[in-house]
Design a protein around this ligand. Structure first.
Ligand code: FAD
Length: 281
């Protein structure tokens, strides 16, 4: 079925193979739901509030209007709980995200921002790296707003910023505002204003790895679930895919993880669990 056009002004993803014209996130989810149900998947809306493991199975407590009143049991579990972007303190943020004024992933959609006036909110190596990436590839007008954090830059780092024409604003920003489709950053006292077309937030991500870590799954230093080449966590029978696993935070990467995990789960679902004899590595 052809992709339904997103409402005017809504951002669409242009880095999903096959959808060269772009596809909206909501449309991807709607299609995925239809696809999964056609092949027999049952989708329950709800939040998994607890996940336990007993010999031979996992049990999940699910809460929500459609949720079963009893625990749901499974021999294998694939966690695809994603990650949360650490968001800038910006009034009306959801609306600004919907309108494509605030973005999180220049590797995904920097192409759409080419030639625009761009601010990157961030600091440290991550903020500097993202500002230089955008300046090197998409725009010659990039400002790094550190929101009052001092950047301890070496001479070499200062030179790199200068080489790519990245302006550095280390002063605190009193307010960020969206007016007439543009973003305005206000400095305290001086009353100075900066205006941008697009703001990229480079404040980082927090993996939603709590269900896995509560079961004892190992995390890396960033809080992401550690997985092996089959996307297995360190807890037998527990797999993880997508944003909750360290790696490039992109839709196709999450799909790839899920395909790897699903293949392993499928290939092992008729044989005993890890707690039973004859389990293969
Ligand atoms: C504004 C924005 C634009 C983006 N644009 C692009 C783009 O153009 N191209 C691209 O490739 N990537 C893009 N990304 C990144 C992309 O969204 C992620 O890489 C991708 O969604 C990761 O998929 P996931 O399934 O791992 O996690 P998610 O898509 O985050 O899905 C995780 C789901 O699990 C649910 N969940 C979490 N905990 C529980 C629980 N305990 N019980 C039940 N459900 C739970 C969450 O509510 C969520 O629905 C964008 C991200 C943002 C924020």
């Amino acid at each position: 079925m052809p992709a339904r056009p997103a409402p005017p002004g809504f951002p669409v993803s242009h880095n999903i193979p096959v959808f060269a014209e772009g596809i909206a996130g909501a449309e991807i989810l709607a299609r995925q739901r239809v696809h999964a149900e056609r092949y027999g998947a049952r989708i329950l809306a709800g939040t998994v509030t607890a996940l336990d493991r007993s010999p031979g199975h996992f049990s999940a407590i699910i809460e929500g209007p459609e949720a079963p009143t009893r625990p749901t049991y499974a021999r294998r579990v694939l966690l695809a709980t994603g990650a949360e972007d650490i968001e800038p303190d910006l009034p009306d943020l959801p609306d600004a995200v919907r309108r494509g004024l605030v973005r999180y992933c220049p590797i995904c959609d920097g192409y759409e921002a080419r030639g625009r006036r761009i601010a990157v909110i961030g600091h440290g190596d991550r903020g500097m790296g993202e500002a230089i990436f955008i300046a090197r590839t998409y725009s010659s007008d990039v400002t790094l707003l550190t929101l009052g954090q001092r950047m301890e830059l070496s001479d070499e780092q200062r030179e790199r910023l200068a080489q790519h024409g990245v302006k550095l604003v280390e002063a605190p920003i009193q307010a960020l505002d969206v007016q007439d489709g543009r973003i305005t950053a206000l400095r305290p006292r001086q009353g100075e204003e900066y205006r941008f077309d697009i703001l990229y937030s480079a404040l980082g991500l927090q993996c939603r790895s709590g269900l896995g870590s509560a079961l004892g799954a190992r995390l890396d230093g960033s809080g992401a679930l550690l997985v092996d080449a089959h996307n297995r966590t360190t807890v037998p029978g527990l797999y993880a895919a997508g944003g909750t696993v360290r790696g490039l935070d992109q839709i196709v990467v999450a799909m790839g993880h899920a395909a790897i995990a699903a293949t392993h789960i499928h290939n092992h679902c008729e044989i005993p669990t890890e707690d039973e004899p004859r389990e293969e590595a």
